[in-house]
Design a protein around this ligand. Sequence first.
Ligand code: HEC
Length: 152
Amino acid sequence: MKKLIITGAIILSSIFSIGAMAQMSDEDAAAAVKRRQSVFQMLAFSNGPLGQMARGSDFSAETAILGSQRVAMLAPMIADLFAADTTGNSSVTTRAADTIWANQADFAQLAQDLVDGANAAIEILQNGGDARAAVGQIGPKCGACHDRFRLD
Ligand code: HEC
């Protein structure tokens, strides 16, 4: 019985490691890229009004808070969206740097920094702070990750 369990465990672990090593199909890679780019589009859409207010358009605390809440809701998805490693898949068009998958902890931390920044922005806005102070908590977090992990 014990031998059977050990053999089963060895077979299972080899199945999993083969699965992890195999490059994903073109279809799966294309879907993964589309999914993550869609979330970045949503992030830009959510952060857009706050950015415009910081550049001088009419300020609405309500709209600014809503946008920041949306960023705080979407940003925790970033690390999960990159669980699918699309490196080496030449069929996809992506600006994601291959180094993401060799530095997943750093990448996840930069995503967490954005979550924290968005929550800080919400707090600033709820306490009467202006758009510029709030966007200062969010925009640089986008930039920090793009500088390191997004290709030109
Ligand atoms: C943890 C890293 C990280 C953070 C944080 C991040 N981005 Fe990105 N962003 C990326 C990567 C990587 C790509 C390239 C994705 C691809 O092409 O597969 C990207 C792509 C994009 C794109 C292009 C999407 C497309 O359709 O090709 C936009 C727009 C964008 N990000 C906006 C933002 C905004 C706005 C924020 C902050 C609110 C943000 N990003 C925060 C890593 C990040």
